[in-house]
Design a binder for this molecule. Structure first.
Ligand code: SF4
Ligand code: SF4
Length: 551
């Protein structure tokens, strides 16, 4: 990092900086370059007054008035460009905001180009309108919507400081090959797109695309991702696990506090208690069931996740949603009270005091012997290994536990009376949970691979598939290839090569029974021929003087 480059979250206190080293190295850095050119959206007099403090770097004012029909531009005596526009569309991020006015006949006026010919972009945006022009819950760096005098003052201060080069970590890794977003133009998993408050994730072909400039690293996408295609990189879960395990070996703790920098001083005090460890992370919402369950398998008995986010915060909701299916799994192991708690920072101390005096020697977690395993940062493998480690010690009551819909494990049901073994589901399954029978017409299934993404259900033309979320404790049984439906092959009536199933032929014959092309025996018989014989048959008839195109 050059002297001019600054981290996006400026770290001023050296002790905090030392703590930040715990977060580990980011996979790569994202760089923003800003000259401080500001666009102020709002009523002209108010915007010009707020802009006085930007005069050093230059600013532009735009007032949106839906009543006017044409865009107007004028210069103030100080040379400030002031636009009046009927509508405005804004997108971008620090150093690269594009503001355009839609015009007649699909034309548009690019305000940045009209003011800064060399870049055509604004670096920061101060939005004073009553309704935010960029109504994103987590706005990109360099955009502030402010409506009160105090908020405007604060916004001017922070935006004024955003000039120069800035860096932040690239927070995520994404592996499209395991993503279950879409196949064959069918909609599958949208969990990361739905949870991202920065609107940084968008569909892209069969997968998704993350704009690293918009991503602010909350990590909820990685927590909700059922396949592990999206993973957190700052730090990776496997690195956080290694660090936590090392501390556990050195400190004999049974309680771990997961927290961010904002509550560092509160946690420092609380974590000075015996048996308590803390782990500083960039965002607690990035660490979900794979981390929690591995820690429980490492003989941790309480995981306190410190979050002051409100209940409707998507990051918090991502964690709550995971607890919905982790709870029933742990209950099956005799752990009735989920040992993962989301706590407000002010409640931390009292909760630790309570835990210190209410230790339950009969708790199943008291008997867990620490197990560690190497995970290679594979989410599903980590989950499976952690649950194996726990279930080997705390025998589950039943071999299979039912989970709420939305859990990332489960089976599919196939209505064998409706299934024609067309294999549409096999070709859409992103996880190789569904497989064909190779030489025989059969539908096979490996439950351990199933993400419950629902793509097979959407792909099935006979509506023969339904999903059931559940977990099989026995890993060998879960990885077994099971046959869901099988038929004897149908042989070509001419060359006797197997090419379909009886139900496929019956189905096709029934569907085409009313079609004008299949009103004679020869045409119907052709449905029972393999592809090669069908072509041969048509040419033979053609050669015999029959018009094949009318068959
Ligand atoms: S599988 Fe993961 S990365 Fe793919 S859409 Fe779902 S949550 Fe996003
Ligand atoms: S079997 Fe169906 S629900 Fe399971 S991963 Fe494959 S397509 Fe998704």
């Amino acid at each position: 990092m050059s002297e001019e480059q600054r981290p996006i979250a400026v770290v001023s206190d050296l002790s905090v900086f030392v703590q930040r080293q715990q977060l580990g190295e980011a996979t790569s850095q994202i760089q923003y370059v800003s000259q401080g050119h500001c666009l102020i959206i709002g009523e002209v007099a108010q915007a010009l007054s707020a802009g006085e403090r930007f005069s050093e770097h230059g600013f532009t004012v735009v007032q949106i008035d839906p009543e006017i029909t044409r865009t107007d531009k004028r210069l103030t005596d100080d040379g400030i460009a002031v636009f009046s526009v009927p509508a405005l569309s804004l997108n971008g991020y620090l150093g690269a905001y594009r503001a355009v006015v839609p015009m007649a006949a699909g034309e548009e006026l690019d305000l940045g180009v009209s003011v800064y010919r060399e870049t055509g972009l604004f670096d920061v945006v101060l939005d004073l309108s009553s309704q935010a022009v960029m109504p994103v819950r987590l706005a990109p760096f360099g955009y502030v919507h402010a409506t009160t005098a105090e908020a405007i003052d604060e916004a001017v201060d922070s935006l004024n400081d955003m000039r120069g080069e800035f860096e932040k970590p690239r927070y995520f890794n994404y592996n499209e090959s395991t993503c279950a977003h879409s196949r064959s133009e069918l909609d599958g998993c949208n969990q990361c797109i739905d949870i991202c408050t920065a609107e940084a994730i968008t569909p892209s072909g069969e997968g998704v695309s993350v704009d690293p400039f918009l991503c602010q690293g909350c990590g909820s996408c990685a927590t909700v991702c059922p396949s592990g295609a999206m993973s957190y990189a700052y730090p990776r879960v496997s690195d956080a696990l290694e660090r936590s395990r090392k501390s556990l070996r050195e400190n004999q703790a049974n309680t771990i506090i997961l927290h961010t920098e904002e509550v560092q001083s509160l946690v420092d005090e609380a974590a000075s208690r015996e048996g308590v460890l803390s782990l500083l992370v960039e965002e607690v919402s990035a660490f979900g069931p794979d981390y929690w369950l591995s820690m429980l398998a490492g003989a941790v008995q309480h995981i306190l996740v410190v979050t002051d986010s409100p209940a409707d915060d998507p990051g918090r909701q991502a964690l709550d949603a995971q607890l919905q299916w982790v709870g029933p799994l742990l209950a099956e192991l005799g752990i009735d009270e989920v040992p993962v708690e989301l706590l407000a920072s002010t409640a931390l101390d009292a909760r630790l005091q309570q835990l210190a005096v209410s230790r339950d020697p009969a708790s199943p977690l008291e008997n867990v012997k620490a197990q560690s395993f190497s995970t290679h940062n594979e989410k599903r493998q980590t989950l499976r290994l952690a649950l194996d480690a726990l279930s080997e010690q705390l025998r589950p009551a039943e071999p299979i536990v039912k989970l709420p819909s939305g859990a990332p494990f489960g089976q599919i049901h196939v209505d064998t009376t409706a299934c024609t073994l067309c294999m549409a589901c096999v070709s859409t399954c992103p996880a190789k949970a569904l497989q064909d029978g190779q030489d025989t017409p059969a539908l096979r299934f490996v439950e351990a691979n199933c993400l419950q993404c629902g793509l097979c259900e959407s792909a099935c033309p006979e509506s023969a598939i339904s999903l059931e979320a559940r977990y099989i404790w026995d890993s060998v049984a879960a990885r077994k290839v099971e046959t869901l439906h099988e038929e004897t092959p149908f042989h070509c009536v001419r060359c006797h090569t197997p090419f379909a199933t009886q139900s496929m032929i019956d189905n096709m014959t029934q569907k085409l029974a009313g079609h004008w092309m299949f009103q004679n025996d020869k045409a119907v018989r052709r449905l029972r021929l393999c592809g090669d014989c069908r072509v041969r048959d048509m040419f033979e008839e053609d050669a015999a003087g029959i018009d094949v195109h009318n068959l």
